[in-house]
Design a protein around this ligand. Structure first.
Ligand SMILES: Cc1cc2nc3c(=O)[nH]c(=O)nc-3n(C[C@H](O)[C@H](O)[C@H](O)COP(=O)(O)OP(=O)(O)OC[C@H]3O[C@@H](n4cnc5c(N)ncnc54)[C@H](O)[C@@H]3O)c2cc1C
Length: 403
């Protein structure tokens, strides 16, 4: 066989399937018909509803809530939960939806992650039957928007030391404190707020029209611009006893929600990476320098191939973790491995893609720098890359290096 002969194994020249640059390992063949349908439906929606407007929304720092509410019509809000109006899909379908949304823009994927995994999931997992009946159907339908308040101005990676407090006053709870960097905060109808109590950390369902609750949007972001990020202020917010999530006490509550959202990010990062790789690949074939397409230069090909390697490995990893989750055997440390690897590699792919676009790589005429900037947020939220490194370090050595 010569060095350029690309036959492999049983794929003879006659029966040889065509190489697919965007699905090189034919992962498509590993999906069920239902999973492919979810993927195609979301991909098409992104093409029709996100792509025409995203540059403008990003540039103006706007999140088009009315467009995002359409996601409810496709059953994407809380899609991996069962009952209470949720679609009840498997984890792989949820991952594929996150991937396709993020290939459009991380703002839409963040909206879906927060609504489903961070706001609906804690009610679904730890709420009373009454709370589930009251909130979940309206949230699945997009009539009620949720947010998740864990981070504070002084406590990000170390949320266990949060200051926000909830104290009993008769049968009521009274909440005080400030939450920071809260996605959907300014557009939310309900906030899941984590607060310290005499019994430990507890989760509260706080309607945002409660007296003493206010939200202030964070301006001047250069990342995730098509997404609302806010500060939440709780000033003697009074809730009835039915406002606390009865099913959990301690950091296990918020951390289990983060596991759900991080799982989606493992996939989503590959969506941003695919969009950057696709853009760089197309550009490399049409941009001519020195009389030839830049894709014909060895240095450019090496960049594209390195992107292909990481995109293929990261997508396989996401699918593997998805199958483990659907089997009920996925560990949170394994989710950390996926989040750490896939976001880090997606960011590398985005940066490499940007170089292939030259000066065009810094404009919003192409999606690459938008994804690259968005990924800086994705690298930080849901546990920074350093924190996931420490989680993995502890898992394999048995020694914790957080403090
Ligand atoms: C766009 C956006 C949206 C967000 N949405 C939400 C949301 O909806 N809800 C929510 O609750 N939060 C949200 N966050 C907050 C996010 O989860 C925090 O920013 C994140 O946990 C990091 O906290 P921090 O920014 O305070 O950084 P810090 O914790 O101050 O960390 C700063 C640096 O120090 C490093 N570091 C910290 N501790 C250690 C250690 N022990 N060892 C080594 N390095 C360490 C970190 O890795 C990081 O590099 C969002 C953030 C962004 C940017």
């Amino acid at each position: 066989m010569s060095a350029t002969d690309t036959r492999a194994g049983a794929a003879t020249a006659a029966a040889r399937p065509a190489v697919k640059p965007l699905d090189f390992l034919d992962l498509d063949a590993l999906l069920t018909d239902e999973e492919r349908l979810v993927r195609e439906t979301v991909r098409q929606w992104v093409q029709e509803r996100v792509m025409p407007g995203i540059d403008g929304w990003f540039e103006r720092g706007e999140f088009p809530l009315e467009v995002a509410r359409e996601l409810a019509g496709m059953g994407l809000l809380g899609m991996h939960l069962t009952g209470y109006g949720s679609a009840g899909t498997n984890a792989v379908s949820y991952g594929l939806a996150c991937l396709e949304l993020e290939a459009g823009d991380a703002g839409f994927r963040s909206f879906v992650s927060v609504q489903g995994s961070l706001a609906m999931f804690p009610i679904w997992k730890f709420g009373s039957e009454e709370q589930k009946q009251e909130w979940l159907p309206k949230m699945a339908a997009g009539e009620v928007i949720g947010c998740f308040g864990l981070t504070e101005p002084d406590f990000g990676s170390d949320p266990a030391h949060m200051r926000t407090s909830a104290r009993r006053d008769g049968s009521d709870w009274v909440l005080n404190g400030t939450k920071m960097w809260i996605t959907n905060g300014g557009i939310a109808d309900v906030a899941i707020v984590w607060a310290r109590t005499d019994e430990g950390i507890r989760g509260f369902i706080v309607p945002t029209d409660s007296k003493g609750f206010s939200a202030k949007n964070i301006e001047r972001k250069l990342s995730l611009r098509a997404s609302v990020t806010s500060e939440l202020i709780l000033d003697d917010v009074r809730l009835p006893d039915g406002g606390v999530l009865p099913g959990v006490t301690g950091m296990r509550g918020p951390l289990s929600c983060l596991d759900e959202a991080r799982f989606g990010i493992v996939w989503a990062a590959m969506g941003a990476a695919r969009a950057c790789y696709q853009c760089a690949l197309d550009y490399s074939k049409s941009r001519v320098q020195f009389g030839k397409p830049i894709g014909s230069f060895q240095l450019t090909q090496e960049k594209l191939v390195n992107m292909l390697l990481e995109l293929s490995k990261g997508s396989l990893l996401a699918l593997h973790l998805g199958r483990m989750k659907d089997d009920g055997r996925l560990l949170s440390e394994q989710v950390s491995l996926g989040k750490l690897n896939n976001v880090r590699e997606a960011l590398r792919i985005a940066r490499e893609a940007r170089t292939i676009l030259g000066a065009n790589g810094i404009t919003l005429e192409y999606p690459v720098i938008r994804h690259m900037n968005n990924l800086e947020s994705v690298l930080t939220y849901e546990g920074t890359s350093e924190i996931h490194t420490l989680i993995l370090g502890q898992a394999i050595t048995g020694l914790q290096a957080f403090e």
